[in-house]
Write a protein that binds this ligand. Structure first.
Ligand code: R5P
Length: 302
């Protein structure tokens, strides 16, 4: 066996789908949790290239097991360990906004590049840096966009209007709208607290009577979408839906979203959960092939 995909239980179906797209075997990473909170990780014997698949939502509990699995894979035969983290955590804190704060993005990037030979992620929330390469300069670190999959999920709808709730969402909403030539509006958001946002949407009158799809990269508390949906409803929008790359919302926030003016929330299968219905396995496999990470491009010993 030359290459295999290894996945943790919470995202095993997504990791297995990715392995199928890639045409390589899939194995579970076995994790046993001890009463004291430590984990024992066990992997099957590895081929030369091991692809470890785990999204890093809820990162504080997932990171240590990820590093233990990478270590076990090397101990069991892997010459190269590639990380696929469809959701990459800690990318938003890219500077110390207040004195004494950790620059989390740099710390996590440094950690991951010391443990993995290559990293692939999906739409990481980068603001002041242009690419993952700047965060992990010593290894190949790439990201792809889920936009083609999200765009495909809208195909067949009767020309909905897409709305990004804030200026950062412009890149995603425009990329999703372009292949289908859909109309786009982009709002301005002021964040006053973790669950307190104010939004204005210039040109909102255009949604009157129209099927409207809110688009964002991340859903955390869901407040951004709920507040934007309220504005759209007041402006006379028809059915309102939401589409996101990463849905990180926990059950209570999802329940609140279900009570909002949004009829349906869908997200890419980067983070497991009830909204994650849009597959990205073929996009990930396509990028691995395009990068040649499974070929002999690396100077590893055979
Ligand atoms: C922020 O810049 C992101 O693009 C999302 O708009 C944000 O993370 C959503 O957070 P929440 O769901 O808590 O409003």
């Amino acid at each position: 066996m030359d290459c295999a995909v290894y996945g943790f239980s919470e995202s095993a179906p997504f990791a297995a789908a990715f392995a199928t797209e890639l045409g390589v075997p899939f194995f579970d990473v076995a994790v046993r949790r001890f009463p004291d909170g430590e984990s024992l990780v066990r992997v099957e014997p590895a081929g030369r290239i091991a692809i470890l698949y785990r999204s890093l939502d809820d990162p504080n509990s997932k990171l240590v097991e990820l590093l233990l699995a990478a270590s076990a894979l090397r101990d069991n035969g892997a010459l190269r360990v590639i990380l696929i983290a469809p959701y990459l955590a800690y990318m938003r804190q890219d500077m110390a906004f207040n004195s004494g704060e950790a620059v989390s993005q740099r710390a996590i990037g440094t950690l991951l590049q010391s443990w993995f030979d290559a990293v692939l992620s999906v739409d990481p929330h980068l603001h002041r840096v242009a690419s993952l390469h700047e965060i992990m300069p010593t290894i190949p670190a790439r990201s792809i966009s889920a936009a083609p999959a999200l765009s495909a999920a809208l195909a067949g709808m009767d020309a909905p209007i897409l709305v990004g709730p804030d200026s950062e969402s412009r890149q995603w909403v425009e990329a999703i709208a372009a292949p289908l030539s859909l109309d786009v509006l982009v709002g301005e958001k002021t964040r006053n607290g973790d669950r307190d946002v104010a939004i204005v949407i210039p040109g909102i009158e255009k949604v009157a009577g129209r099927h409207t799809v809110l688009v964002d990269d991340v859903i955390s508390s869901g407040q951004t979408l709920a507040v934007a949906a309220q504005l759209l409803k007041r402006a006379g929008a028809g059915q309102i839906e939401a589409l996101a790359t990463h849905c990180l919302a926990h059950d209570a926030d999802l329940a609140r979203l279900a009570q909002s003016d949004i009829a349906r929330v869908r997200s890419a299968q980067t983070v497991p959960g009830p909204t994650a219905t849009i597959g990205i396995a073929s996009l990930l496999a396509g990028e691995i092939a395009a990068q040649g990470w499974l070929g002999k491009v690396w100077n590893y010993n055979e």
